[in-house]
Design a protein around this ligand. Structure first.
Ligand code: NAD
Length: 262
């Protein structure tokens, strides 16, 4: 199937590693021009080189999704280089784990900035361009925690629901402008973040990282964690013109972990 991504321009945030990195490389393999954004300029340069090695045009913009001026600079740099924005993938690092009484108000505020307001900021920055074009596709990388809470991820379990509501509502508001809005919800996917979560759990419980992974994967019908490239396939598909009649969807990529019938 041709996903129709050749010569399309895709912005991927939090793309220096993990899921964002995998998504950026998959867009490049499909022939899109890719703009990668994250705080670590050095790591981002290496990602730009990886994308260019796949034969795709790339632009690296260093910045923080919680800083308005950085997001404005990202959009301006994309327009200066490529002249349009077809796709925005909103992604950021995850908020810290913790049970309710262990979390400070400052941590709640920081998590709102990182997880919710980063998406608001990014969408606000690209929509005028997409409206002018009469087309666009926005995909939020959210989490399976919108389907079922995972203790002790109080911040993620709470704030990601607001992102879900934001994206669903945007899909209705922006459809008349030819802009589709979807979310993809990762389950356990083996990135540096998950490796460090498992290492912390292993240390706390006096277990090996393998024991921790086995305890997690026991509940997953496919009996393993996902790979970042498997997750990226779903994001790139739903973002692409091949998914032209899909909007307002929240697609789980979780190996079957969620047991709900819908
Ligand atoms: P990761 O920690 O491996 O990578 C996070 C990326 O975000 C890095 O590139 C980092 O530089 C970037 N980043 C962090 N804060 C940023 C900021 N303020 N501005 C710009 N860039 C920033 O994480 P991941 O596993 O790739 O996860 C990506 C997102 O998906 C996170 O929000 C995570 O909570 C969520 N998620 C991941 C999983 C999983 O199993 N991997 C499951 C559910 C949800």
């Amino acid at each position: 199937m041709d996903l129709g991504l050749k010569h399309q321009v895709a912005i991927v945030t939090a793309a220096s590693r993990g899921l964002g990195h995998a998504v950026a490389l998959q867009f490049a393999r499909e022939g899109a021009s890719v703009v990668v954004f994250a705080r670590d300029a050095q790591r981002l340069q290496a990602v730009q080189a990886e994308i260019e090695a796949l034969g795709a045009p790339a632009l690296a913009v260093a910045g923080d999704v919680t800083v308005q001026a950085d997001v404005d600079r990202l959009v301006q740099a994309t327009l200066d280089r490529f002249g349009r924005i077809d796709i925005l993938i909103t992604n950021a690092g995850g908020p810290p784990a913790g049970e309710f009484m262990a979390l400070s108000l400052e941590q709640w505020e920081a998590a709102c900035q990182l997880t919710l307001l980063s998406a608001v900021r990014l969408v606000r920055a690209v929509v005028p361009t997409m409206q002018r074009q009469g087309s666009g596709s926005i995909v939020s990388i959210n989490s399976m925690t919108v389907k079922h809470p995972i203790p002790p991820l109080m911040l993620s379990n709470s704030i990601r629901d607001a992102v879900n509501g934001l994206m669903k509502t945007l899909s209705i508001e922006l459809a008349p402008d030819g802009i589709r809005v979807n979310s993809v919800l990762p389950g356990w996917t083996l990135t540096e973040r998950v490796e460090s979560i498992m290492a912390t759990r292993a240390q706390a419980n006096g277990q090996s990282a393998q024991d921790v992974e086995a305890a997690i994967t026991r509940d997953i019908p496919l009996r393993r964690m996902g790979r970042p490239d498997e997750f990226a396939n779903a994001v790139v598909f739903i973002a692409s013109p091949a998914a032209s009649y899909m909007t307002g969807q929240a697609l789980l990529v979780d190996g079957g972990l969620y047991r709900g019938k819908l």
